[in-house]
Ligand binder design. Sequence first.
Ligand SMILES: [Zn+2]
Length: 449
Amino acid sequence: MYVDKILRPLRLMPRAKGRGGKWQNLYEACVLGLRRATGAMVVPKRSFFVCMIGGALSSASAIEIEVDYRYDSNDFFSASGNPQGATGAAQARAALQAAADRWSAIIDQSLGAVSLADDSSDVRIGFSHPGTGASYQVSAAVSQSSDALAFSAVASEYRGPWAIAENVWILYAGGRVMGSSGAGGTGTGLNFTNVFDDADGIHNRGFNVGFGSLPVWGGTVTFNSSSTFTWHFDITSAAPLGTTDFYSIALHEIAHALGINTGFDDWEDHVVGGYFTGANAVAAYNTDNGTSLTRLLVQSGGNHWRDGLYESLIFPAGNPNYAGTVGAGNLQDLMMEPIANFFYPGLRRLEVTNTDVGAALDVGWSVIDPNSQPSVVEIISALRDASGVVSIEWVSEVGASYTVRTSTDLLIWESLVPVVIASGATTMWTDSAFGFSGDRRRFYQIQTN
Ligand SMILES: [Zn+2]
């Protein structure tokens, strides 16, 4: 089955009357569907031996993506509006938080704190409301009567003075019935030119500047809330065939909100004649594939890689890292393709790839060193019981993710999925699926992601 995508890029930039007001809304919606139902499972041989190779946790990140549900007006993230009720809502929140934490761990850009006042500028942010899809503007004025921009357009909400803490990047999240699995984006809102030109203001935060540049207050994501949409919300298990993995889509939509998207110069300067020319994304692709391309094809619409064409390795650094269902060290379809090919053998959960992170670098974000990893995982025990079941216990850090890898010959390694997310200072993993029998060998590695 192939579900074609729907792209709805909007770039609305009417000028306000008289005093140079501007606004800009950057949005996209895409279908992440299903296709490619061929291929076979690889079933490892049963044998037993234990070998451990470890890796340490990577360093702390700078941005903190703060999920905010105030615009979830259809209660997608609550029991009453989630198609799978209370369980689905709780799982959806956990998975969205995991996706936010994943990007938070990768991007180490510093963002200045901002305070917004009811003053002569009456700064706004603007975005597509997660619950309605409509353009929505939040003003720092306390009311229309004190809004310096009301002469041009009345804001959707008069929030009054508010602030964003240093390094916090807001993610408004919600759901609505839509023709795709999700959407993500960001926008500026109507503002005076001096707001766009303020390097330390809400749209720049010491990171970038100018009307055409990526606004960095945060962004929004929204997900299909239809009762007939077959989400797999649970972050702790792989999505069954025929379902759509929520974590995968959340990662993808957050990336759009972070700027892998049309509508601003930081991205569009790199898109030339249907190709993305950003040096970091192209270099990452070439490194992973042994190629020497100078550019990568983008899908029509301009904010996705060409579907089904490219693969890259899972970005290895940063925690949590669920490593996708292809596993650490293996090639995966690029996460920012327009369609999540969940029918592809072994692909039930997508993860951020090196090429996708390269695109984030090309947009201007600072990201962590992909090699900022390994030292040693301390193994406490590695045992097999009388029935042949193998158990390995190691010293862990709460919330960190670990990949168990196995081999029968020390040459070809298979990364087992799902990855193990530690919930305590030690973690016990049991190979219940492939217990030991006979005299065959099986090697294990535990690595941090
Ligand atoms: Zn997309």
